[in-house]
Design a protein. Sequence first.
Length: 315
Amino acid sequence: MNAFFITSYGGPEVMRYGELPDPSPARGEVLVAVKAASLNPLDFKIRRGDFRIVTGPRFPKILGSDFAGVVREAGRGAPGFRPGDAVYGSTLLHLRKQGSHAGFIPVAAGRVRPIPEGTSFEEAASLPVAALTALNGLRLCGDLAGRSVLINGATGGVGHFALQIAKARGATVTAVCSARNTDLAGALGADAVIDYTAQDVARIRQEFDIVFDAHAGLGFANAARILVPGGAYANTLPTPALLVHLLWRKLTGGRRIVAANMRARPGDYAELEILIREGKVRPVIGAVFPLHEASKAFGALEGGHVRGKIVLRVE
């Protein structure tokens, strides 16, 4: 099969495109012929070796968590799937597990879902990590109806989903993005937009019930300045120091810190799919690259300022 992989941990120079052996599904797995796969910041962090204790020393290593495609084969113990079914989902990248940036991927049946009707392969592949991270992070912030929510990085991969989910849950949403993305933020339902290049978000004279830091660059100290007493700060990339602070806050009260991470239970997928079917959430695809140009896709992602999601098309 064609695949995009790394030959060791390191920078862009370790990435390759080429032929690797076709995988086979183990018991309880489904073999999916991949049609599209998206990129997440986790991918280049794994490439750098940030999580090598979990991802292991074996190479070549195929990256990518999110995928959409067609069932090629269902292994024993994987009922409910037939060849030809259009599916999407995500896989865990640890030790010997293969990623989605390839022609085929074996995935545990419990991590595979039918693609929502009317959703393309590219759109479906953009959903799992980013949308479920936004969904879970906002869920941990509590009831959103009638509350004010500021989303930092509101037009990026996680942020554009968080914006739409918060609106669907009845919040008044202020989006933080660059001037070139204010049109997108408005189209996604933002009630107000702040251009971070022209205004320091931490210095605005307004308070919010929730600050959702999808960009993970604001920090709790800055967010606390614009949070109401008892408000919640959600961060998508919590550091060890922030997690310690989170535990301290749980004990002492006051403004809360929420670790907004992905939760992929069947109920979470079902909740997301309802929002998609009702037209309350739509994926924004900022760019699509063929698999053999995945290095360019990584360059775009690492360069930042991406609108929505970057997706690889797998022929």
